[in-house]
Design a binder for this molecule. Structure first.
Ligand SMILES: CC(C)(COP(=O)(O)OP(=O)(O)OC[C@H]1O[C@@H](n2cnc3c(N)ncnc32)[C@H](O)[C@@H]1OP(=O)(O)O)[C@@H](O)C(=O)NCCC(=O)NCCS
Length: 175
């Protein structure tokens, strides 16, 4: 990322309209606005990091703190993430993810999970991992789970990922 030109800093509650616009444009066929609104409320997301071009948000990522049934450790869920179309392929997505990792590590999060395009998240250091959720997801999505351990890799978790209320909407998991 061209760090002289863009900056990374937390999104604030008043940035919600800009985030809605960003995610609507990035996911025209999916309705993510509900989860974007829920995660934008103060204290809900573990990380809400935006990339700024001067005073304009041109990229953003959320990470949400979760729990793992019966397992020690602090997991987080990555998503959604978006970069404005004209700003893509400059490393802004990668920089947002790295900034999230840095912030989560400082907060003792041990592993980050993501359900998304494996080709994309492989680029960001995620590897395949079996994850169960209490929500039914399409069978063809199951192999798309990826995770990235933060710090000591021996702390990798497995089991059922329990997500907070913002993510407890069946349509977010049903495709
Ligand atoms: C995914 C996204 C956030 C990446 O942002 P970015 O700033 O362009 O990311 P980076 O510059 O770090 O990396 C871009 C690279 O990832 C690749 N990439 C982007 N989406 C990809 C995907 N779904 N699968 C595989 N590779 C992908 C790009 O082709 C590019 O590679 P290249 O430079 O070798 O051509 C952005 O493309 C976006 O907002 N897409 C629409 C929303 C979306 O799909 N979010 C992820 C949902 S799973």
């Amino acid at each position: 990322m061209n760090i002289d030109r863009y900056q990374l800093r937390p999104a604030r509650p008043q940035d919600l309209p800009a985030l809605e616009q960003l995610y609507r444009a990035a996911f025209p066929e999916e309705d993510l606005i509900g989860v974007v609104r829920d995660l934008s409320m103060e204290g809900i997301a573990a990380v809400s990091c935006a990339a700024w071009d001067a005073d304009r948000i041109i990229g953003h990522v959320f990470f949400t703190g979760c729990t793992f049934e019966g397992t020690e450790g602090k997991p987080a869920l990555l998503g959604p993430i978006a970069v404005e179309e004209t700003y893509r392929r400059q490393g802004i997505g990668a920089a947002l993810v790295q900034e999230g990792f840095r912030s989560l590590t400082a907060d003792d999060v041990t592993e980050v999970f993501v359900l998304g395009d494996p080709a994309l998240y492989g680029r960001y250091g995620f590897t395949p991992t079996p994850v169960a959720t209490p929500y039914a997801i399409p069978d063809e999505w199951q192999p798309a789970w990826r995770s990235k351990t933060l710090g000591d890799a021996s702390r990798a978790m497995s089991g059922t990922l329990l997500v907070p209320p913002a993510w407890q909407h069946g349509d977010l998991w049903s495709g």
